[in-house]
Structure formats: C-alpha cells, structure tokens
Design a protein around this ligand. Structure first.
Ligand code: PMP
Length: 429
C-alpha cells in the first residue's frame, strides 16, 4: 500500500502541529505506521493524498451520516455562504434547526447551540448543577463525554486507545465531584446514591460508542431513569454520537426513555462544528439571558453550520434510513462472525443501528472491563489489512465503525472481501 505522500505530510506536520494532528486518534499511534492524510471524499468513499480509495466507515467519527457531499446539503451550504459567514447576531436558521431538534426529542422544549460535543456536555453539567444546587455527577467508566476537566476520568475514546487513565493538567479538585459507576450495572450507581446526597446528575452515553459499541440492557436504562427521577437527580443523555443516528430521536427514541438534559453534536452539524444541549423549559430557562447560568459562544449558531445541519436533518428525515442501517450492520456483523469462525479467531461483534464494533476477545463485551480484554495486536493486523484492501476504519479497537446511507451493495461487497482477507492475516500472525 502506497502511503508516500501521507508519510511526507506526517513528517512535515510534526514541526508546527502536535504529533502532526489536531485530535490524538488521527495519529494512528495505537496501530502504528503512517496515518493517512485525506485529499477528498464523495458519497461512501474517501480518498487519501496517495490516491488510495477507501469505503469510509469512519465518517469523521459520525457526522457524515448521509455520506460525503450530499447534493442537497452542499447546495444549502453554498447558498448560505453567499450571505456571509458569521454575524454575531441571530438568524432564522438557528430557529429552524432548533425546531427540528426539539421536535425530534420530546424531552426538549428549548435548545442552545454550541460548537462541539465537549461544549455541549460541559454546559449540560453546569446546568444540572445550577438546577439542582448539587455538585456531584456520576459518569460511567468507558463513556467519553469530551475533554472538559471534570469528565476526563475513566474515559473511553482516545484515552482508552492510548491507555491513559486520565489527563495531566486536570487538578484533583476538578474531578473530586465526579463519581464513577459501571455501565450496565445499576448497583454501582445505587452505591453512590446511598453514600451521597449531593448528586446533581448522572451522565450516560445511552448506547456507548467510545469503548467500542456497548449496548445497554433495557432494564438498566429503565431502572436508571426511574431511580434518578425518584431521587430528584437529573439524567443527562449524552447523545453526541447517537442523536439522529440510532434513530431520528436518538437512543432515547430507540430505547423509549426521556432524559432531563440531552447533549447533541456530530450529525446535527452534518460535518460542520455544531453541538447542542436541550431540556424542558423549567431547566433551560436557567440559561442566560433568561436565567443565571452563563454560557456563550462567538461562533455558536454559525449560519453556514446551521444551513448544513438543517439540510442534513431534513434529508435524513426524508430518507428514514434506520431500518436499512440495521440491515447493513447485521450483514457486516454476519460477515465478521463467519470469517472469524472460518479462520479460527475469537471475536465479539456488537452493533446497534448504524454503529458496529468487532472486539478481538472471547468474552462478551458489556462494559469497559470486558472491552479491555481485547487482543489489540490482532486489531492492529486486522486494521492495516482492511486499509490495504480499501476499507477506512477508525484506528482503534475502542472506536465504533459508522455507516452512512450512501453505503451501497458494491461497498458491502468490498467490505466482505476485505474482512475475509484481513481475518486470514490475523490467523497467520
Ligand atoms: N460525547 C460523546 C458521546 C462523544 O462521542 C464525543 C466525541 N466523540 C463527545 C462527547 C465530544 O464531542 P467533540 O469531539 O465534538 O467535542
């Protein structure tokens, strides 16, 4: 596989960028080798600077749910560009996107747009503290909620990839109010609730995607909703990854529950930097200018990003691809299982809607601990073989593969062939 130009850019980029990247996982550190630099993308495919073509299962870690450069979306962006890029005053586009978002999530009367998932979550935590007057929050190990200080503990995503327990530079005081529970384990939540009466919120990725895909037991979600409601603790659903992806109304629609505060990102910007947090009026009216919880942003509600988000969500609603996502994900799961069995490799495949994960382990993966039982050396071999055979995967055992509605039969065929060759190579290792 030719990666000469990527290698040259990787070398050049080291001088003025940290590790030649702007987000750690892009450096491919855990899989080794040269990280690809991208030239362009269209539909289901992405092309690197060495002209290698891949079926894209990264999709910028989720936002590109329609595939790249959907015609209608691109038309809306171009139209918005001609009117100016940012004004520091409101536009009708923010109102339109807010309506689409609030209509999709029944628990949301109002929403505030921000510029990333990180911002959405850190604002939601501040809001939960403002609303309840309490300080502590419960998070689940292996869930990732962005890189704000209070949440960089026992986190998944890039930290799991790099085996980092937390981050340097985060003072003890910043995490002393963060309590850790185990995913799919209500007792671990109850234990904190029994020991503390200063808990503002429980934050969860209802379908975890940052320790690989880990699906919740329905009873765990139902009981978590009941217990938080009974105790006056807010339930924050971090749907940055799952919002508009698991279903139009996110994991909440799929699993049938309503969070007190919902965090969104990725898909709502369609590839532009947009995050959001929303809740019922009683909670959102605490946010400035209506209330005393301050949160702001120079570029929040950016008109180009709003135009992209509106066009993406409208098209997504029209396509309603969720059943077909499920079918495609099941097909990929079957391909993986069949090939692994043929070549005698132990794997688990978790999938939920349009998110899929292969874990190189015998053990069923239901939480962070079981996810960490994976043979990451096998993943490395598998990853590079998939790349070699034209499938762009996240360079980490702990990141979900994403499907787009642009993914067609020819793509699935290519994925199937690549899987079989890659599993054979893992077996040879
Ligand atoms: N929450 C979840 C569930 C996420 O998956 C992510 C990003 N992967 C974030 C928050 C942070 O979002 P961002 O990278 O846009 O800051």
């Amino acid at each position: 596989m030719k990666l000469e130009k990527s290698a040259e850019l990787f070398r050049k980029g080291q001088k003025h960028l940290v590790g030649a990247v702007n987000s750690p996982v892009r450096a491919f550190k855990s899989v080794g080798g040269v990280p690809v630099f991208i030239d362009h993308a269209r539909g289901s495919r992405i092309f690197d600077v060495d002209e290698n073509e891949y079926v894209d299962l990264v999709l910028s870690y989720g936002p590109m749910i329609l595939g790249h450069r959907h015609k209608k979306v691109e038309r809306s962006i171009k139209k918005a560009l001609k009117k100016g890029y940012t004004f520091g005053a409101s536009t009708n586009k923010e109102i339109k996107l807010a309506k689409i978002v609030c209509d999709a999530f029944p628990g949301m009367d109002k929403v505030r747009f921000v510029n990333s998932g990180t911002e959405a979550v850190l604002s939601a935590i501040r809001l939960a503290r403002a609303f309840t007057g309490h300080n502590k929050i419960i998070k689940f190990s292996g869930c990732y909620h962005g890189h704000s200080d209070a949440l960089l503990v026992a986190a998944g995503s890039g930290l799991a990839t790099l085996s980092m327990p937390g981050s340097k530079g985060v003072p003890d005081e910043a995490v002393k109010n963060t309590l850790i529970a185990e995913f799919n384990n209500l007792d671990s939540v109850k234990k904190h609730m029994d020991a503390q009466n200063d808990i503002a919120a429980v934050i969860i990725e209802p379908i975890a995607g940052n320790m690989g895909v880990v699906t919740p037991d329905q009873a765990f979600i139902d009981d978590l909703r009941t217990i938080t409601r009974d105790k006056g603790i807010l339930l924050i659903a971090d749907e940055v990854m799952t919002g508009f992806r698991s279903k139009f109304g996110g994991a909440q629609e799929l699993l049938g529950f309503e969070a007190d505060i919902t965090c969104l990102g990725k898909v709502i910007g369609g590839g532009f930097p947009v995050g959001a947090y929303g809740a019922r009026n009683e909670i959102m009216e605490l946010v400035a200018p209506l209330g005393g919880m301050y949160q702001a942003g120079t570029l929040s509600g950016n008109p180009i990003a709003m135009a992209c988000g509106i066009a993406t969500l409208k098209e997504l609603k029209r396509q309603n691809p969720y059943k077909s996502f499920d079918k495609k994900a099941k097909k990929i799961k079957a391909m993986l299982l069949e090939s692994a069995e043929k070549h005698g490799i132990d794997i688990q495949v978790n999938h939920f809607g349009s998110m899929v994960n292969v874990f190189f382990t015998k053990q069923e993966v239901t939480d962070f601990k079981s996810a960490q039982s994976c043979n990451t050396e096998n993943f490395k071999v598998f990853f590079w073989q998939m790349m070699e055979h034209g499938v762009f995967l996240p360079p980490s055992q702990f990141e979900a593969w994403f499907l787009s509605s642009a993914l067609g039969k020819a793509d699935l065929k290519k994925i199937e062939q690549a899987i079989d060759i890659s599993m054979a190579k893992v077996a040879e290792k």
